[in-house]
Design a protein around this ligand. Structure first.
Ligand SMILES: Cc1cc2nc3c(=O)[nH]c(=O)nc-3n(C[C@H](O)[C@H](O)[C@H](O)COP(=O)(O)O)c2cc1C
Length: 181
């Protein structure tokens, strides 16, 4: 069965980002693609250009992504941009792909930004840099993938945002199955 990984860049294990990704995962599963939600909460990632540090656990995540057919990234907006640890994660994944046969090539996916109020579209654009430079395929939805919420759980009350995410999930599953045949 095809599989999509949903990676949360939030430091909060039960925050809005993880909750939104779980809802997206439900839609993807309902449309025939297996999912796994992975959180960066509790991880301290070393820089993509740091080749000397000990294993920080992220190579095991990269190994799962390498085997997947889809990769969705959820970014909480901090200080108007994507959280730095998530951008580090994306750079680590991109470098691993380049070193390991371009495993991101034609993988389906896209970004989701979660914010209280400002910086969500610039954060989508930041994360899109990763997708577009790594030969990936990004479907649209009925709006940009942005969801509003501050305290944990609030994002699920953003009806328009969640409908956008559910349609995005449907499009992810649709595309993966078209490509995999
Ligand atoms: C340090 C910090 C900075 C933040 N900066 C912004 C911001 O620039 N714009 C915004 O709309 N929300 C901002 N927020 C709110 C978060 O984006 C919002 O609470 C989001 O739901 C957090 O997702 P999480 O629960 O998965 O961590 C900030 C929150 C924190 C803790």
């Amino acid at each position: 069965m095809s599989k999509a990984i949903l990676l949360s860049g939030s430091p909060n294990a039960e925050g809005n980002t993880v909750q939104v990704l779980r809802e997206c995962a439900k839609t993807i599963e309902a449309n025939g693609v297996e999912t796994e939600v992975i959180s960066l909460a509790g991880m301290k990632l070393h820089d993509a250009m740091d080749f000397t540090s000990d294993d920080d656990g992220f190579d095991a995540v990269i190994a799962k992504i390498k085997e997947a057919d889809g990769l969705i990234v959820g970014g909480p907006v901090y200080w108007g941009t994507v959280r730095a640890q998530l951008m580090t994660a994306l750079q680590r994944i991109a470098m691993a792909s380049m070193q390991q046969g371009n495993f991101l090539s034609r993988m389906v996916g896209g970004p989701i930004a979660i914010a209280r109020r400002g910086g969500s579209t610039t954060s989508i654009q930041e994360m899109m840099m990763f997708y577009l430079a790594n030969d990936m395929i990004v479907p649209g939805s009925t709006y940009w993938n942005i969801v509003f919420g501050q305290t944990a759980g609030q994002a699920l009350q953003d009806e328009e945002g969640m409908n956008t995410i559910r349609r995005f999930g449907e499009n992810i599953a649709f595309l993966i199955q078209k490509i995999k045949g």
